[in-house]
Design a protein around this ligand. Structure first.
Ligand code: UFG
Length: 345
């Protein structure tokens, strides 16, 4: 039987590559689009090693409407799209706001236009818990009001969500969209063939931790320990990237079966909050390594604490987390070790 084709933009990225593997394992044919702006061609061979087959790949920028149109035309029978492709560094977005709005919002508009031209009516969109800003109460549900974003990056995710809700509300709309609000994805595929591959100095906690343990960085700086949390460090909801990837598969299935409303929103996290110090301790247990760390000042824009209520995703998508924090960190460490000396200082 022919596999149902799903276009995956940003398919060589961290979450995208794991979703490609899970889509294929669930019987879909993922078709990748990426321009390697924040990823590497090596990801494609990692995917191939896991799946034992090559997946169709197009090296293009999602903002290039003509090139995207050519992909839709060439592939012919795309049934849905997962749109991962975006810039994602919070700090950088304050330095380059125009690039962030252009790339993240512009590429969605281009994609929606082309999906309409080709009659492709199912879209999973990568949103983020950053849309909640600093929440008044925890955990956050999908009903928790969104607040002004702390960064241009966050603002692009809010704008894209607004665009998709407006499209869904228009008369004669035929597009079905699922907005997945990711909490903090961590870990790597159990094979250690794919994982998080930050270019340059990592901004995110886990790659910084694993690179420090590997001796690539001297020490981790914990960004502040005087927050109003039990140990004073920030609290986040760290979800294994493979669990997160699987949420995309069930979202695609739900869209193709035309269940639910025209636009639906789901938190994808574990429902657990862990502090930065708890992550450090869990990493030390998982890896058997002692981590060199120091306490620094708070990082501008950091939300003190956020974690998800995942009742809706559990009940309506059948979403489940299968990994503990330690297991996820063990997979991140295995991935770091598999990289050897590949990471640039
Ligand atoms: N942290 C440190 N030291 C570091 C890096 C991070 O203490 O060297 C702390 C942060 O202060 C924060 C926690 O670790 O408390 C997690 O930080 P990350 O940078 O890994 O992730 P964020 O929670 O800041 O998540 C943000 C956005 C997401 C976005 C993600 C990826 O909220 O929407 O960055 O860039 F997807």
């Amino acid at each position: 039987m022919e596999r149902t084709k799903i276009l995956v933009t940003g398919g060589a990225g961290y979450i995208g590559s794991h979703a490609v593997v899970e889509l294929y394992n669930a019987g879909f044919q993922p078709v990748l689009v990426d321009n390697f702006s924040n990823s590497s061609e090596k990801v494609l061979s990692g995917i191939e090693q896991i799946l034992g087959t090559k997946v169709p790949f197009h090296n293009i920028d999602c903002n290039d409407a003509e090139a995207m149109r050519a992909v839709f035309a060439e592939e012919g029978s795309l049934r849905g799209v997962i749109h991962f492709a975006a810039f994602k560094a919070v700090g950088e977005s304050t330095q380059k706001p125009l690039e962030y709005y252009q790339n993240n919002v512009g590429s969605l508009l281009t994609l929606l236009q082309i999906m309409r031209e080709f009659g492709v009516e199912a879209l999973v969109f990568s949103s983020s818990c950053t849309v909640y800003g600093i929440p008044d109460a925890l955990p956050v549900t999908e009903q928790t009001p969104t607040k002004k974003a702390n960064s241009p990056y966050g603002a692009t995710k809010q704008m894209c969500e607004d665009i998709l809700r407006d499209v869904a509300a228009a008369p004669n709309n035929t597009l079905r969209t699922i907005l997945l609000r990711y909490f903090n994805p961590i870990g790597a595929h159990p094979s250690a063939k794919i994982g998080e591959l930050p270019l340059g100095v990592p901004q995110n906690l886990i790659p910084y931790v694993t690179q420090t343990a590997a001796g690539i960085r001297e020490q981790l700086t914990i960004h502040g320990n005087t927050y109003d949390t039990p140990d004073g460090t920030n609290i986040r909801d760290y979800v294994h990237v493979v669990d997160l990837a699987k949420a995309h598969v069930v979202a695609v299935q739900r869209l193709l079966e035309a269940q639910g409303e025209a636009v639906e929103t789901f938190n994808v996290g574990t429902g657990r909050g862990n502090s930065v110090l708890e992550v450090v301790q869990a990493f030390e247990r998982a890896s058997g390594q002692k981590l060199n760390y120091t306490i620094g000042p708070p990082r501008p824009g950091d939300v003190p604490a956020i974690y998800a209520d995942v009742t809706k995703a559990t009940e309506e998508l059948g979403f489940q987390t299968t990994s503990t924090l330690e297991e996820a960190l063990a997979s991140a460490w295995k991935w770091q070790l598999s990289l050897g000396g590949e990471v640039k200082k």
